[in-house]
Design a protein around this ligand. Structure first.
Ligand code: SF4
Length: 248
């Protein structure tokens, strides 16, 4: 399951529906455990067990570092939920000091980076966090994390039609990641009414994928679920809030 770490988010990524509402507060580790337990309770009816957790829902996990780390420890602990650390992924938009702190924590959790642009000019436009921590600083911190923990990094890259999906972008991305133990997750965008971003077609995503693979960068195209009922990443919450007139 995908767990949220905050109510709203202050990071302001231009394409993100979850971040349209500003951060109201951090979630406690208990509230994050409750997200897990509620889903597991539903699955109990069919005898299924939750096995993989990503902290990629609403919020920036590293802006709520202590609570998120407590939550992950509860998930991982054998007197907690007993989920293997390598089945747990934490995702950040690039808060450099916290990446360094995470590197020093020496956990076995997976780290994913929401990258979405291969150069500072474009990343500045899409993700305000890049003004504070530009790509050079981010990539340095990630190198430190990799060296200290010997772990592969996952880079999330949402394909936005006509914005970050050209051949030149694919080549820049390959250049940026060369030398890293990196894996790119290409994500088709889930359109929402609140902005003008649109997704690429499957064929266009394949062209980008092929270019990266040719450059020696391992990647996959994520299969999306729930778009047809507005329940994919970020969509459902914004629809609910609009119904209640609470989008500010
Ligand atoms: S993509 Fe993540 S960090 Fe950026 S605004 Fe959305 S929830 Fe926040």
């Amino acid at each position: 399951i995908c767990v949220s770490s905050q109510v709203g988010c202050n990071m302001g990524c231009a394409f993100c529906a979850s971040g349209l509402t500003k951060k109201k507060r951090n979630l406690t580790s208990g509230e994050m455990v409750a997200q897990f337990m509620n889903v597991q309770r539903e699955l109990d009816k069919t005898g299924e067990r939750l096995s993989h957790i990503v902290v990629m829902g609403t919020g920036e996990p590293f802006d709520n570092y202590d609570n998120v780390m407590n939550f992950l420890e509860t998930l991982n602990h054998d007197r907690g939920m007993g989920i293997g650390a390598r089945h747990i992924t934490i995702s950040t938009c690039g808060i450099v000091p916290k990446i360094r702190e995470f590197a020093d924590a020496h956990t076995q959790y997976n780290l994913a980076i929401s990258l979405h642009a291969p150069n500072n000019e474009l990343r500045d436009q899409l993700m305000p966090v890049n003004h504070a921590y530009p790509l050079e600083e981010l990539m340095d911190a990630l190198k430190e994390y990799s060296e200290k923990n010997n772990r592969r990094l996952t880079f999330e890259y949402i394909l936005l039609k006509g914005v970050n999906d050209s051949k030149a972008h694919a080549k820049q991305l390959a250049r940026l990641l060369r030398g890293y133990n990196a894996y790119v997750n290409l994500i088709p965008y889930n359109s929402v009414d609140e902005n003008a971003f649109r997704s690429v077609s499957r064929e266009e995503a394949m062209v980008f994928y092929d270019l990266l693979m040719k450059e020696g960068i391992r990647c996959t195209i994520r299969k999306e679920h729930g778009t047809d009922i507005d329940a994919a990443c970020g969509q459902l919450r914004i629809k609910e809030l609009k119904k209640r007139g609470e989008t500010e």
